[in-house]
Design a binder for this molecule. Structure first.
Ligand SMILES: *[C@@H]1O[C@H](CO)[C@@H](O)[C@H](O)[C@H]1NC(C)=O
Ligand SMILES: *[C@@H]1O[C@H](CO)[C@@H](O)[C@H](O)[C@H]1NC(C)=O
Ligand SMILES: *[C@@H]1O[C@H](CO)[C@@H](O)[C@H](O)[C@H]1NC(C)=O
Ligand SMILES: *[C@@H]1O[C@H](CO)[C@@H](O)[C@H](O)[C@H]1NC(C)=O
Length: 433
């Protein structure tokens, strides 16, 4: 404050002075003070965010629109309180070999890769498995992309996982000790731990028997019961490369000239199998009702540019597809467009940290016909409150997995949830004694 007042004073002086040597000196001096202040500011902010669990108190350095209560809460549970994780070293055919395909580390399901990498660099990683609270089994199952359509084939997922479990249970005593209860897997595709992209097959197959006692980090979440989440699990966001944050201006600076936006598959032909069953017809209905409405920008064709359109939109529709969840949700939050979730019964990642009802809207599948009236009502009442919550940088940070883990990112929130699970298990065990 003092610095700034002095700077202002100097500037004021300058206006009234002729170009004397003295003034030149002052101007130079003033510039250096500004540079120094900027340097100190940048140094403090970047270090406190990028070094994990830095002992500095973050609070005075936070930008004004972050949410102090949430951060204070997370600080309470920081370093010492996060669990110790042992990361198994498996032969490369279970994981690293798949990285020869460059899509493996960056596509929608790549959290299985990025969480592994983040945990390898996690300061709380247990080098000695005897000290571990949890054991991470790093198997990449989503990278066998089929050549005709580019979708990952999951046929090999069960045998690959089963063989990885044989490997860890025969090499070390920890799997047998707990029957896998403290072992953690990632299941990042459509129906998570059921390892299939079609719901009926996923339900029929269920979770592989050998994984049913373990902990699954999965993208798939609906109100229970559902056969694909009948194992302890933590809901995680789908993988979206974190650099999209750097590609766009801060959400509060964007000009939002599109009222409602959606780009994606919306089959309409009644004979088209996917048109009838896909998205439980919700997307077909959205297309039928609103494709002629100029306030709705609806596009059926994929385009690499759709993030630019999201950054220009007030509301971004996130209707279910084959599965209820979609990467649009992460992208909408990252780009500051209010997500309008149309997927009955969906459960979303990190509910305590994100507090989804404060940053999004949920519209029932059956109410999709009243979408325009609903959004008009919100625009006239609480839109700016929702946007203020949504544009809080801590919310965006929580949705991104980073190869180098940082406090408050998605891997960090996974660890926080595992810690909660650990404490619940412990108090449950004590209660039983
Ligand atoms: C990859 O998927 C194809 C097609 O489903 C399958 O034939 C092949 O065995 C899979 N590859 C591996 C290494 O599992
Ligand atoms: C764990 O149990 C399996 C099956 O009972 C057994 O084959 C394996 O040797 C055991 N592992 C260890 C490390 O003792
Ligand atoms: C059905 O949907 C597919 C996939 O989008 C499309 O290629 C095909 O042309 C559609 N068929 C009809 C009859 O609309
Ligand atoms: C905004 O208003 C809508 C519709 O009235 C309501 O459903 C929603 O919970 C409100 N959201 C917030 C954050 O106030």
């Amino acid at each position: 404050m003092k610095l700034m007042a002095r700077g202002a004073q100097l500037q004021h002086h300058e206006c009234h002075q002729h170009l004397s040597l003295k003034a030149l000196h002052l101007r130079k001096y003033y510039k250096w003070i500004l540079w120094l202040a900027l340097f100190i500011y940048l140094f403090l902010t970047t270090t406190s965010y990028s070094f994990l669990f830095h002992p500095l108190d973050l609070k005075p350095l936070l930008p004004a629109n972050t949410n102090p209560p949430a951060l204070i809460e997370s600080r309470k549970s920081s370093s010492a309180a996060l669990p110790k994780i042992y990361v198994y070293e498996l032969p490369s055919r279970y994981n690293k070999d798949w990285l020869s395909n460059s899509r493996c580390g960056s596509h929608l399901f790549a959290s299985e890769v990025v969480i592994h990498e983040a945990l390898l660099g996690y300061p709380g990683r247990a080098v000695d498995p005897n000290e571990a609270d949890f054991f991470f089994v790093p198997v990449y199952v989503s990278c066998n992309f089929s050549t005709p359509n580019g979708f990952p084939s999951l046929h090999h997922a069960r045998p690959l996982l089963s063989s990885a479990v044989d490997f860890v249970s025969s090499h070390l005593p920890f799997w047998n000790r707990s029957h896998g209860r403290d072992h953690v897997f990632v299941a990042s595709h459509d129906y998570g731990a059921c390892f299939h992209a079609m719901e009926d097959v996923a339900i029929a197959d269920g979770i592989p028997e050998f994984m049913k006692r373990s902990i699954i980090l999965q993208t798939f979440g609906v109100r229970p019961p559902h056969p694909c989440q009948q194992a302890e699990h933590v809901l995680i966001p789908p993988y979206v490369p974190p650099d999209i944050e750097d590609e766009w201006p801060a959400p509060e600076k964007a000009t939002r000239d599109i009222f409602v936006f959606f780009r994606g598959k919306m089959e309409v032909h009644p004979k088209n199998v996917s048109g009838r069953f896909y998205s439980k017809r919700v997307r077909t209905e959205i297309w039928r009702r609103y494709s002629g409405n100029p306030r709705f920008r609806l596009q059926r064709k994929r385009s690499g540019d759709y993030r630019a359109e999201m950054a220009r939109s007030v509301f971004c529709l996130c209707p279910l597809g084959w599965a209820p969840w979609s990467p649009r949700l992460v992208e909408a939050v990252a780009l500051g467009c209010v997500p309008v979730i149309v997927a009955d019964g969906i459960r979303l990642p990190f509910p305590e940290a994100l507090r989804w009802p404060e940053i999004s809207l949920a519209v029932a599948e059956a109410d999709v016909g009243r979408l325009e009236a609903t959004l008009d009502h919100v625009a006239a009442t609480n839109l700016s409150a929702i946007q203020q919550n949504l544009w809080d940088p801590a919310r965006r940070r929580a949705l991104f997995f980073r190869r180098r883990m940082a406090e408050g990112d998605a891997t960090w929130h996974v660890l926080t949830e595992l810690q909660g699970m650990r404490l619940r298990r412990r108090s449950w065990a004590t209660a039983k004694l």
